[in-house]
Every structure is written in C-alpha cells, then in structure tokens.
Ligand binder design. Structure first.
Ligand code: FE
Ligand code: CA
Length: 529
C-alpha cells in the first residue's frame, strides 16, 4: 500500500470512528432538542425504505411521524435534524457513508437522501437517528457496474394494493425472497373506499366524500395508513424499489390534467398537486423528483450491468383525456364501444417528449434485455361482441395510435429482447406484443407480463376466459387470484413466475406458482413451461 493511500485510509477510519461517536452520543442531545414530540412514542412508525439503485448510489427514505394519522404527524412546525448511516454489515461495525440532514415540515418531515460514493453490486445496511431514537435497519443493494457481465437479476413485480380488500401477504413473501429489486407499477394507495366488494379491514384514514374536498393532509394520512401495514414496511426495508404510478395515487381514472369525476380544471390541479406532494413525501424516490406544483418527473432509466436496461414509464401524467361517454361497470371501470375518437392518431399515452425519450433509449440500448416497466396492459384486452369489441377506456386499447407508435419504436429499429411489465388490471397475464395487435400474421416484436394485484379485486374465471378467447395475443389470463410476478433474468433467458393466492388475500396465505413462462434471447414472445 502506498504511504499516501495508507494516510487517506487512516483519516477515513478516524473520521468514521468519530462519526460513530456522534451517531451514538447524539441520542441525548437530539432527545433534549426534541422536546415533547419524540417522547410521545415511536418516531419511525412508517419504517424505512430505499430505491433507485445505481452503480454508485441509492436513495434512502424515512418520515418522522410519532402520530402518523394526524395532520402534522405529531411533529413540531420546525425542521429537525436527522442523522443517517450506511454500513457493510447489519451491526454497523463497518460504516462506509454517513451524514446529517433535516426533516422539514414543508415535506411532512420526510427524508430523502441520495447516498453517493457507494460500490457497485453491493449489499448495504442503513438506518436513521432522530429525536434520540434509532430507526429500524434497512437493507439495500446497488446496481452492478454498467460494464459488468452480470449473470443474474431477480425482480419482484407488484401493483394495486387496495388496503381494504385483502392483506399484504404478497409483500411478506417478497420481503423474504431473494430478489435484487422490487418494481411497483402503481395504485400504491386507493383513495376510494370499497363499497361493492367484500372488506377484510378498514382504511385507518378515510377521505371525505367529495373529491373536491380532498386535502394534502388527507393524502398524507392515507399514505401513512398504508405504511402502518407491517408487511409493506418489511418489503420496503428488505429491498430497493423502483416506482411507477397509476391513477389511484390521485383519483380513479384521471388522465393528464383531467378527471372525469372533477370537471373543474382548477380544482383538479389542486388535487393533483396535493396527491403528488404526498406521494413524493412517502416513497423512496430521488430528492430531485420533488414536485413542482402539479408536476413531478417519474419516468427514468436504470442499468443493471450488461444484463438489462430498465425504463420506468409514466402513463398518467402526460396522457390525453378519456373520450366517448362509455359504459360504466359496477367496479368504477368504464368500457368503450364504437368510439371513433379514441382512434385519433394524435392521442398520446406517454406525452410526446416521454415517447421520444423511450424510443431513443430503446433504439440505442446495447444491453441484453430491455425492460419497460409501465402501468397498464399493452396487449389488447377487449371483449368481442357481435357488434364490435368492448374496450377498457383507461388502458392502451383506448389509445391505439399511441400503442402503434410504441410497437413501431421497437419493430422499426429492430430492438430485440424487449419485455414490457404491466399492472393495473388485477390479473396475471402473458402476451405476445405484435406490430399490429390481434393480427396473427403480424410479427411478434416483444413480450408482455402483466402482474395481478397485491390485493385489489379482479375478474372472475368466466370473464378472464372471455378476455382470453377474444384476444389471441393473450397467452395466459387469470383474474381470480392475487399475487405478484417474479422475474429471473439471465443472459440467455428471462423467466416469469406468476405467484398467487385465492381472493381475498388472507393474512396467513401461502402463495403458489400459478404459471411459469420464459422468453429466450432472440425469440420475442413468452413461452409456457
Ligand atoms: Fe388497481
Ligand atoms: Ca389503475
């Protein structure tokens, strides 16, 4: 070892030791500063989380909330100091990064730390200290070096967790599973109570009846309600997450700047601002995503060695409004029938900028797999009738020109090995994505795996069968069970295992494998095994 290097190491060790003193001894000083707020009980009621792993960095999250369901979370109206540390071991003997930050009332005393200077492909442990209390320990993992020939990537893919309709047993299994990453595709909270479905438990916080009365305080308390679930907290603490959102984080079926249930654009803008703000405050997303008014950039790109490019795609914020009045289903969904306006070639799902960004990314990718994580089913999912198909008004079926452009962005530059991940529709599904959907002579250009919901109600077996027989591109459709999709990615093959349990999810449920599909490199389309 060079003398200079030795000196640097000694300095680093001394600094780390000094930090450990600070981290340990700050308990009393912090407690004294805390006054009554930290004495009223547990400060880290909402747990800890990490997300957006990159080769040298990861985002750490927590929120101080001794009384999580109250408007101020039980915190004083001032900023309070929070210490954080990252170690190689669970006992924090080997601390490699540490620092201090503040939790501010303007962001509900949430903390988002983008920790830089980490090593690629490593497991790390992290924790916070505030109000004289230590947080639970979280575990996370950085992405491998972008040039590394990685042999394996395991991802748990989940979406749609209506708190009232089932337990989060799916998260309990994922928390204990050997995965590198959790990808959550949206409907993290549900703003609506369930009227027509069987309830297994009640939202700890309930929104007022009228959407126009929803406040930032309501969204905060609602997010806090979800985080009070121990299985969800465990899943956050166990793995880094990548996040995509859908409609229920704001309001059912909202599209861009419009909401069918709140026609006043000013009122909806206020609602979206509040919802995005609370979403940011409660999830392990980069501090750079802090919303500006009613806008928050969610779409992004991540790399996993030479094995995969992963895009997280926003299908909500920039999409065009719903068209045609449609036929309302009892579950709040809407079906379109003979709606010519939906076919308008200008209609967009992702917004022009994001669409170009994704197309460019796909065309220039040189990694083995191209994984596109986005909210809702891309493959057609309508129901055939003698008078024409009934289409789901909120899905890609109602934006056919946008879907055509997405397929062309894969087919024209001949981007191989594209796998799309989808949620929203509460069913496990596997599909061939064709250049011209439902045209069996049209080439298959990509594969799609749709994950069922964590808890939200899906379709009966009869309706799932009807969807499958109406859409030959769908290779598998099961809406009667809840669960998640477990992906195992290797340089030659990608496996998707649909994990599931009967509806509604019981607290002691055991998940089983409902079906297993593989995609071979160079051969688009899932194959059942
Ligand atoms: Fe949903
Ligand atoms: Ca949805």
């Amino acid at each position: 070892m060079q003398r200079r290097e030795l000196f640097t190491r000694l300095c680093q060790t001394a600094a780390a030791l000094a930090w450990q003193q600070v981290f340990a001894s700050s308990a009393r000083a912090q407690a004294a500063d805390a006054g009554s707020w930290a004495e009223s009980g547990e400060v880290f009621t909402l747990g800890v989380a990490s997300g957006e792993p990159r080769p040298n960095s990861v985002v750490l999250w927590t929120r101080l909330a001794p009384r999580p369901l109250t408007p101020d979370g039980g915190m004083p109206a001032r900023a309070v100091p929070v210490l954080w540390e990252v170690a190689l071991d669970e006992r924090f003997d080997n601390v490699v990064r540490y620092g201090a930050t503040v939790a501010d009332p303007a962001t509900a005393h949430s903390v988002h730390v983008d920790v830089a200077g980490l090593l690629p492909g490593r497991t790390y442990f992290y924790r916070f200290r505030a109000g004289g209390q230590l947080s639970p320990v979280g575990r996370t993992r950085t992405a491998p070096d972008p040039a590394e020939r990685v042999e394996r990537l395991r991802i748990a893919v989940a979406s749609c967790q209506h708190y009232e309709i089932g337990y989060f047993t799916v998260h309990r299994e994922i928390a204990a599973a050997d995965v590198d990453l959790v990808i959550f595709l949206g409907d993290y909270i549900y703003e609506t109570e369930t009227a027509s479905y069987q309830k297994v438990r009640q939202h700890p916080h309930v929104f007022p009846g009228e959407e126009s009365h929803y406040t930032l305080g309501d969204y905060r308390a609602h997010h806090a309600s979800y985080k009070l679930d121990p299985d969800l907290r465990a899943c956050h603490a166990a793995h880094p997450w990548l996040l995509v959102w859908d409609d229920h984080e704001v309001a059912n079926d909202y599209a861009g700047l419009t909401d069918p249930d709140l026609p006043d654009p000013q009122a909806f803008l206020k609602l979206r601002t509040a919802a995005y703000q609370a979403y940011f405050e409660h999830l392990p997303v980069s501090p750079a995503r802090a919303p500006v008014g009613a806008f928050m950039r969610m779409h992004d790109h991540f790399e996993w060695g030479q094995l995969a490019d992963i895009w997280t795609v926003d299908g909500r914020q920039f999409r065009d409004p719903h068209v045609c009045s449609g036929i309302h289903a009892p579950d709040g969904g809407k079906a379109l029938w003979r709606c010519k306006t939906a076919e308008d070639p200008d209609r967009t799902m992702l917004g022009t900028q994001q669409e170009y960004w994704l197309a460019e990314g796909l065309a220039s990718s040189e990694r083995a797999w191209k994984i596109v994580a986005q909210p809702t089913q891309i493959a057609p999912g309508g129901v055939k009738t003698p008078w024409g198909p009934l289409l789901y008004a909120d899905g890609w079926d109602a934006y056919p020109a946008a879907r055509e452009r997405l397929m062309a962005a894969i087919a024209q530059p001949r981007v191989p090995d594209v796998v799309c991940l989808s949620g929203d529709v509460h069913r496990h599904a596997a599909a061939n994505l064709r250049l011209n959907p439902l045209d069996l002579s049209s080439p298959i250009v990509a594969s799609e795996f749709v994950t069922s919901s964590v808890s939200s109600k899906g379709l009966s077996e009869f309706l799932s069968g009807l969807l499958k027989s109406s859409n030959p591109d769908l290779l598998h459709v099961r809406g009667d069970e809840r669960g998640y999709a477990l992906l195992d990615v290797s340089p030659r093959q990608l496996t998707c295992e649909f994990r599931s349990t009967p509806h509604p999810v019981r607290p002691d449920a055991r998940l089983r494998t409902q079906a297993r599909f593989v995609v071979d490199r160079g051969v688009p389309g899932p194959r059942k095994v």
